[in-house]
Design a protein around this ligand. Structure first.
Ligand SMILES: [Zn+2]
Length: 215
């Protein structure tokens, strides 16, 4: 009996080795055909054994940290294009949600990001230079001048509105900030630069807060 069992085991191993491709293919087909059923089953099983599974997974991850890291890295390098494509598709489908979330996160962690950006920029000066050169090389002269012109026009409207407001709107001496009501107002804030004389009188801090909203 023991002999038979051992024989069978060896035979199975050999069989699997020889027919590896075939078995994988069959399995794949089976999964494809029954994916809903299998997923349902997995889900049920997971819900039933949630805590144990999570604990085991955690243990496994902690034990094999380096191995997992290496494997992930290898996978990412091997499937660069695939991953990129997948991310792109996901982004296209969830654009608004993602952008809103990113914006909120940035606003809430602004100081952290400014610091990180500065650090990164200091470390990667050459990279930035190269990127800027590449950006210029890729665009025609007309495109570049149009971009510059747009930026100039935008700044010009801003600057003119500010000048006009500075000239026509005097801030009363004891004027309190319209937002916080605590600090003295020192700045004229435009919600809309096309209406240069419509300003809110704010303290420096609150003005900065408002400007951030429109980044
Ligand atoms: Zn204020």
């Amino acid at each position: 009996m023991v002999k038979y069992k051992e024989k069978k085991r060896l035979y199975d191993i050999r069989y699997r080795k020889r027919n590896r491709e075939k078995i994988i293919k069959e399995k794949k087909e089976y999964y494809k055909k029954n994916s809903k059923k299998i997923l349902k089953h997995h889900k049920k099983y997971y819900l039933k054994n949630k805590e144990e599974i999570n604990r085991k997974n955690k243990e496994y991850r902690e034990k094999n940290k380096d191995r997992i890291k290496k494997r992930n890295k290898e996978y990412r390098e091997k499937n660069k294009d695939k991953i990129k494509k997948h991310h792109k598709k996901y982004y296209q489908n969830n654009k608004e949600k993602i952008n809103a979330r990113t914006k909120k996160y940035h606003q809430e962690n602004r100081e952290k990001f400014t610091k990180l950006n500065r650090l990164w920029a200091n470390k990667n000066k050459d990279k930035i230079k190269k990127y800027e050169q590449n950006y210029k090389d890729k665009r025609t002269k007309e495109e570049l001048s149009e971009i510059r012109n747009k930026r100039y026009q935008k700044n010009k409207i801003k600057e003119l509105a500010r000048q006009k407001a500075r000239h026509y709107i005097k801030i009363p001496k004891n004027q309190l900030c319209e937002d916080c009501g605590i600090e003295l107002a020192t700045e004229r804030h435009h919600e809309d630069y096309s209406k240069p004389l419509e300003v809110d009188l704010l303290c420096k801090k609150c003005n900065m807060k408002r400007e951030r909203k429109y980044d």
